[in-house]
Design a protein around this ligand. Structure first.
Ligand SMILES: NC(=O)c1ccc[n+]([C@@H]2O[C@H](COP(=O)([O-])OP(=O)(O)OC[C@H]3O[C@@H](n4cnc5c(N)ncnc54)[C@H](OP(=O)(O)O)[C@@H]3O)[C@@H](O)[C@H]2O)c1
Length: 431
């Protein structure tokens, strides 16, 4: 059978040449949208990837140049470079070189923006071009454009979100099926929601990079991701969902940042949230971001936080925004709001959930109560479900609100108790 002819395209009159660097999950989906919508004022001229011969697709018009030579792309006359390689290097060097060559950049790269976003925005401004990174947090959910443009008239002081779809998938599976953590992780890996080494997701590294980007865009604060405390979800057990339910709650990985004067209270980790709250209702691998502003109050943004197509929509939307500015002859569209470098603290004041696994013996509760009283911490409730093996008995103490820094020494003292068979799981309760 004869091969169908390679599609040719009519060139739009006000075309901006666009080069795509990185033809993987997102890059491919971006190219699809651009190739299927030839009436846009955007013209894909280059696709660049290593080992490019293996990447070629018949649905890409024949006038698009496939190359593995990044330098030739940067030397070409394209107006916009889309970086979809990911990681810090060589992606960072490519983005800098593009901006230095006065090309605007669209990227989905959270590692790069979390670490160098503020400097790259400044470089773009000084070169009279733009860098947009709307897909770097919450994939297809347009929360970053909302923070940078839609809400820039407010004075935001708080951002909280479910920013990692892998963690949310695992936690909501344990919640719904009461399966062990290891089984939920295996299931997420089998479905392609978690990588073979999912440490960045489970231990909070991915979410805190995203939180740093949200803090830059919405709170105008420069935050080094590693300065934000991240707690793992690995210690959350199916029984924690039983106890959380008794408290009217469920468990989610929450990333939160509250700006109070010159301190940014920020943290990522599993928290109890009311089951009927917006966070409690987020299932599977969806993302949710809530913002709090001095004038506009609370806002919510919900949707697909990952996946080729939703993320590509965010990339193409950024691309259209940049192209519009270029065709209007406006190189510098970003409002240069001053960025501050606050002190970072995880010393939130909340009620707490403490779950113990103990070898049962008389006097356990009295001993724990004595330690807590010694640190001036008030018990709110004590929960113990019947029917567990006395050799490995889970029970819960909840505490009235207190600061993290006051609770910490008590937890250290409890860690040495002879009847404890697992470290105490300590979760903030967000009401
Ligand atoms: N996937 C998502 O759902 C999602 C969501 C939000 C944001 N993002 C972000 O989007 C970006 C792209 O993610 P992705 O999932 O599309 O990644 P991916 O599937 O791994 O694609 C990356 C592509 O870049 C190519 N590449 C890597 N290093 C290169 C180099 N030095 N020179 C040339 N090409 C190179 C890879 O080629 P090989 O095939 O040869 O490795 C691959 O084709 C990342 O920054 C990611 O964090 C992704």
């Amino acid at each position: 059978m004869a091969k169908p002819p390679t599609p040719q395209r009519q060139q739009p009159s006000s075309a901006s040449g666009v080069a795509l660097i990185g033809f993987g999950t997102v890059g491919r989906a971006v190219a699809k949208i651009l190739c299927e919508n030839s009436n846009r004022s955007l013209r894909l001229t280059h696709i660049c990837n290593r080992n490019v011969e293996k990447k070629k697709q018949p649905w890409v018009p024949s006038d698009v140049l496939w190359t593995d030579d990044v330098e030739s792309v940067l030397k070409s006359d394209v107006g916009i470079v889309i970086e979809l390689i990911g990681g810090l290097n060589p992606a960072g060097q490519i983005v800098r070189s593009a901006l230095q060559a006065r090309k605007s950049v669209v990227t989905a790269n959270k590692q790069l923006i979390a670490r160098h976003g503020s400097d790259l925005l400044q470089l773009a401004r000084s070169q009279g071009c733009q860098i947009e990174f709307g897909a770097s947090v919450a994939g297809g959910v347009p929360v970053l454009p909302a923070l940078r443009f839609g809400l820039c008239g407010d004075r935001l002081h708080g951002i909280a979100g479910i920013l990692n779809g892998t963690c949310n998938y695992i936690l909501s599976r344990i919640e719904n099926a009461r399966i062990p953590f290891s089984e939920a992780l295996e299931e997420a890996q089998a479905r392609g929601y978690a990588e073979a080494d999912a440490s960045e997701d489970l231990d909070g590294g991915d979410a805190r990079a995203k939180l740093a980007i949200l803090a830059l865009a919405g709170l105008h604060t420069k935050v080094v991701p590693e300065s934000v405390r991240a707690r793992t979800i690995r210690a959350v057990d199916a029984v924690d969902f039983d106890y959380a339910a008794q408290l009217g709650c469920t468990i989610r990985q929450i990333s939160r940042a509250d700006l109070k004067e010159k301190t940014l209270f920020a943290e990522v980790g599993p928290c109890l949230v009311p089951a009927e709250s917006p966070f409690g209702r987020v299932q599977r691998n969806l993302n949710l971001v809530l913002t709090s502003g001095q004038y506009g109050g609370d806002m919510a943004f919900l949707g697909a936080g990952a996946g080729g197509d939703p993320t590509a929509v965010a990339v193409v939307s950024d691309l259209m925004f940049v192209a519009q500015n270029l065709s209007a002859g406006a190189g510098k569209k970003d409002l240069a709001i001053p960025v501050t470098t606050p002190e970072i603290s995880s010393d939130f004041e909340t009620p707490w959930y403490l779950r113990f696994f103990v070898r049962d013996q008389p006097g356990i509760v009295a001993r724990l109560a004595q330690i807590l009283a010694g640190h001036h911490l008030n018990i709110d409730s004590l929960l113990q479900k019947p029917g567990f093996d006395k050799a490995s008995l889970p029970f819960v103490i909840t505490l009235e609100p207190c600061r993290d820094a006051l609770l910490h020494p008590a937890l250290q003292e409890m860690a040495g108790l002879e009847f404890a068979i697992r470290p105490c799981l300590c979760l903030p309760i967000l009401r």
